[in-house]
Ligand binder design. Sequence first.
Ligand code: 13P
Ligand code: SF4
Length: 325
Amino acid sequence: MKAYNKTADIKYKENLKKKIARLKKERNAVIIVHNYQRDEIQDIADISGDSLALSQAAVRADARVIVFCGVDFMAESASILNPDKIVLLPVKEAGCPMADMVTIERLKEKKKEYPNAAIVCYVNSSATIKAESDICCTSSNAIQIVKSLKDYKEVIFIPDKNLGRYVQDNVPEKKIILWEGFCPTHIRVSKEEILRAKKEHPDAEVIAHPECNPDVISVSDHICSTGGMFKYAKASKSTSFIIATESGMLYGLKRANPDKHFYVPSERLVCPTMKLTTLGWVAHSLEAMEYQIKIEGEIRERSYKALERMLRVSGEKSGAAISGV
Ligand code: 13P
Ligand code: SF4
């Protein structure tokens, strides 16, 4: 077996970056990158952020082609919001296991059980499920979205039970009907690991993603989306933070706050499908114009409504009320 050659690896990556820059111009493309992507993918981002920021960026994107470095539901949302653009997902196997934890048949059964409930759908879901929902949400606006449903006392929240529980704690005036979905990456971090990290870094604040288990949330100082983590870390007087989310976050946080310290509480906080995208796949994607994600027809129209309602509510700082969705 050949030994690893660091210089050759750096040169290889630099060449790929040059190739990507050239192809991007030729194709009139923009590269949109989620905060969990590999470091080298974050380096080539035109726009990076959390799910909400990326949906908003996709709407504003002034390019013919969107290369979405993330997972499939994100590229699907970009296509739903931009029917005239070509949306590319560099690795076709880059899915989100949580999104597969809800099926249309089971959702229809649940709706029969709770006919007066609104269906609020975390964006980590397929276009077909979004089409069946009243409104979408992300981890950064879930509380605001549920509160905005003035005409509903009951909400079926799909698919993440941890985000749903977090919403319930913050919106006690509504009954949240939880779904048995979860993120296989976020549930890996335990309360014990957080407490151990706190012992090792007693001055650090704990920032956790709402997809973590409730006992992790209970020992954390601040709960927010990945985009919220950037804002919080920048604004906080603290100089060190324990970050309970996918480990890709550390690269961006350290880059944005070179004088502060960030720690992950568990080595297991790695989302395998987020890490599938490499520079080689991005270059291939632009060269071959693969893999095109296109949501069309009735599913596109209905899922667009659910996404657009979300963008309308979260776009207005006061939190617009949505009636009769
Ligand atoms: P954010 O919207 O907070 O970036 O979360 C997306 C996600 O997939 C979390 O696991
Ligand atoms: Fe899905 Fe979890 Fe990966 Fe986010 S971290 S994309 S929710 S599996």
